[in-house]
Design a binder for this molecule. Sequence first.
Ligand code: CP
Length: 310
Amino acid sequence: MIIQSERISLKHLLSIEALTDQEVMGLIRRGREFKRGAKWTPEKDQYFATNLFFENSTRTHKSFDVAEKKLGIEVIEFDAGHSSVQKGETLYDTVLTMSALGVDVAVIRHGDEAYYDELIESKTIQCAIVNGGDGSGQHPSQCLLDLMTIHEEFGSFEGLKVAIVGDITHSRVAKSNMQMLKRLGAEVFFSGPAEWYDESFEVYGHYLPLDELVETVDVMMMLRVQHERHADGEDTGFTKEGYHQQYGLTVERAAKMKKGAIIMHPAPVNRDVELADSLVEGLQSRIVQQMTNGVYVRMAILEAILAGRA
Ligand code: CP
């Protein structure tokens, strides 16, 4: 890591744990500056980025698009369904091709955990890699936008109580957030179905019943039920209504949240499952703000990555 005038410089962004606290706080600070209208001073006339999404996405894909365009970076469109992936081209060869074309940064979402290992080990691939989500592994840019949203609200992480609730084992958002929130001094708690909880999370926080947590925490971070990551034909045993009543943030539960506490969700939200429809755009919710902040924190990530190439 190199810090120049408090600016962060990164070679890649692969997992949240690879960042220092200083880098995390620098990216949040820069995201907030971009939100207030700060401008980027590029070192070259032209940069190219490509967003390679092999799993579905609305927020991550499109907010990287917007961030790139706000910075004046040329975006090379890629649609896996109309690319040579359909002829058997591997991820490695797609990225190798983009690198050979002169692309500076590839934002990649892929279903395989740590798909990026073979890309960064390559001596031929020259472009920087930004992980837009790897299976159930990590989602570092979502973590940074979540941290930015919490920081805007509370100004610090020290001593904050944060509940992460729902399908934790399948959630890359939860993995990134539990690690970094704990490191930054927040107290992390978990709740949700026992079958979607793992003892390995105890390093970062403790499991408590939802009705106990809801009255005490500063942040209720609800997670999407990740149907696409459940085994084929797996019977989760929950109806939508049953899940909502047992593990969801109902209107009644939200009414018990302490004054000033906020609701977060990485989205897309299964309305009336993880949280009540009326809460999604309610006063306690920061879900829309999370999406907006995604653009600014991704501008900060891209600036740091391109500084790393200068
Ligand atoms: N939160 C998030 O990653 O959303 P998308 O899947 O729409 O990108």
